[in-house]
Design a protein around this ligand. Structure first.
Ligand SMILES: [Zn+2]
Length: 542
């Protein structure tokens, strides 16, 4: 069978790689992230539906929020993923059964427990300040205590690679200590995240040859190589990959599972998650970033909005002849989509594709095409730019073709900006609008005129379209076009909106910044209502 580059070929599946997610534990340690218990539950359910095998959810002993998580999730168990409680080996000089933190791990009542222990001699002697022999006892004692409780025990060898480089024999002894009392898997951690792929490969190969046990890999991204490091470890025989979604984690983050999973499954034929899960990958990553309340990295490989966005005329021409010309995989495999960016460098055929999305029967020579081309030329001349604002382009095509639906009709709006004493709000807006003959007048305050307008518009529309509660603005950019005209210059406002799973861009243009913002805002809401009318998830897919 001839294999096309980047295609998933079922019969080439070589091995199962267990995906171990630590977004809720290591990811929660990222700067700017603070998950509530509810957030954690929502993320865990989403990871479960992707088909992730393990979800490390925290330490019930040191954190009451984590305990609440374990209590609550038990009431509605996950379908596939195993929950894992996370903690360290016992303290020096006491029994594991007398260590409150080790005992607390049992209260989470999970089938699996991850224990981290020292494998770098320097950390044993200089950081936790005990003897090398006592550290091995701490590992043996803690693992055997948990095995006696019938737990699946995952031993995380902290700083394993740095430890191996400093003292190979001792690093291997720490793994042996866990193995001899029944640890189920040994996880090699690049805790400081500074190793090179060649080092990870060589060391992992050595460990795999010595230990006849499941080997995991846990990499941090301080050298920008966490994903490559994880992948070479799997190629050398590791069968468990630990990481986080979107690469969240301490300092520069953890290995990003949303990069590792498609690489292993689509390019190496190794089974990581369910195929349906793979098609949900892009939406899931965006969902997690929404809950984490961090801006999504649109240049993220595989799942970012720019991952399959084509702009240059030659590229667009190529991609329309064969997707292999400028794409490493088919975007649908990871639930992403190809975007052809509308700009002066994109040719006539690109624009035609955009038009055909609304009216498939329109041809290159149709009257409608010529009309829309002329309109587009005129709008670009005025200063419109539809790159990144494909939704406004689609609405423009709809309007030109008469394929519009009136969701609402704005009769009037007013904005008032004032300097108040001791008042947080600086602006208020009043909007009068109608939906199907019903009129509403709504007022709202905001931090500035655009925020006040946005708030008032939604307040009015949510009465008729409650689904708008799911939508919010994620980005607002203003660009001054003819700078020589100073404050009378024309401005272009670009807005990006999301409903938590999809993202779309709209544009507005005027010499009045409020009007430009308003137009972009109205387009954004109108587009959302179109999406909701025929919920096909086609946002921006022109
Ligand atoms: Zn870590």
């Amino acid at each position: 069978m001839k294999r096309k580059r980047g295609d998933l070929v079922g019969d080439l599946i070589k091995k199962k790689v267990f995906i171990y997610d630590t977004t809720l534990r290591d990811g929660a340690q990222a700067e700017g992230i603070s998950f509530t218990v509810n957030d954690k539950i929502r993320i865990a359910r989403r990871l479960d539906s992707l088909g992730v095998d393990y979800i490390e959810a925290g330490n019930p002993g040191s954190n009451p929020k984590d305990m609440e998580f374990f209590d609550r999730i038990k009431k509605e168990p996950l379908n596939h993923a195993k929950l894992v409680a996370f903690g360290s080996t016992r303290r020096p000089g006491i029994k594991a059964g007398d260590d409150a933190n080790v005992k607390a791990l049992l209260t989470a009542n999970t089938g699996a427990v991850a224990i981290f222990g020292k494998s770098w001699d320097f950390h044993v002697t200089d950081i936790i300040r005990t003897t090398l022999e006592e550290n091995l006892d701490m590992i043996r004692d803690t693992v055997s205590f948990l095995k006696a409780e019938d737990k699946e025990v995952i031993f995380d060898a902290e700083h394993f690679f740095d430890g191996y480089k400093a003292n190979r024999e001792y690093a291997l002894k720490s793994l042996e200590a866990a193995k001899e009392v029944g640890a189920d898997s040994l996880v090699l951690c690049d805790t400081n995240g500074g190793c090179f792929p060649s080092e990870i490969a060589e060391i992992t190969r050595d460990v795999v040859e010595i230990f006849n046990l499941s080997i995991g890999i846990h990499c941090h991204n301080d050298g920008g190589m966490a994903e490559a490091n994880s992948i070479v470890a799997v190629e050398e025989g590791a069968d468990q990959v630990q990481g986080t979604f979107n690469g969240y984690g301490e300092r520069c983050g953890n290995a990003d599972l949303s990069v590792i999973i498609p690489n292993l499954q689509l390019k190496r034929g190794m089974a990581c998650i369910k195929e349906e899960g793979m098609r949900e990958l892009s939406a899931a990553c965006r969902y997690i970033s929404e809950i984490a309340n961090l801006p999504f990295n649109e240049r993220q490989p595989y799942v970012g909005r720019s991952a399959f966005a084509h702009k240059g005329g030659m590229h667009i021409d190529g991609i329309q002849k064969s997707r292999h010309s400028f794409e490493h995989i088919a975007p649908e495999l990871v639930g992403n989509e190809r975007r052809i960016l509308m700009s002066e460098v994109s040719g006539r055929s690109t624009i035609l594709k955009g038009i055909q999305k609304v009216a498939p029967s329109v041809s290159k020579e149709s009257e409608e095409t010529i009309l829309i081309m002329d309109k587009l030329k005129q709008l670009e001349h005025e200063g419109f730019q539809f790159e990144g604002a494909e939704s406004s382009f689609e609405l423009m095509v709809r309007r030109a073709l008469g394929k519009t639906k009136t969701f609402f009709d704005v009769k009037d709006f007013r904005v008032l900006c004032e300097e108040h004493w001791q008042n947080d709000y600086s602006a208020s807006a009043i909007i009068k609008l109608g939906v199907d003959g019903n009129e509403e007048i709504v007022a709202a305050e905001g931090d500035g005129p655009v925020n006040a307008l946005d708030t008032a518009l939604r307040k009015a529309l949510e009465i008729f379209y409650p689904q708008l509660k799911r939508m919010r603005l994620t980005d607002y950019k203003v660009r001054v076009l003819d700078t020589t005209r100073g404050t009378a210059a024309k401005v272009r406002v670009h807005i990006e909106s999301t409903d938590g799973e999809r993202v779309w861009g709209t544009v507005g243009l005027s010499s009045n910044i409020i009007e430009a913002s308003w137009n972009a805002l109205v387009d954004s809401i109108e587009y959302f209502l179109y999406l909701n009318g025929n919920d096909k998830g086609e946002a921006g897919n022109i």
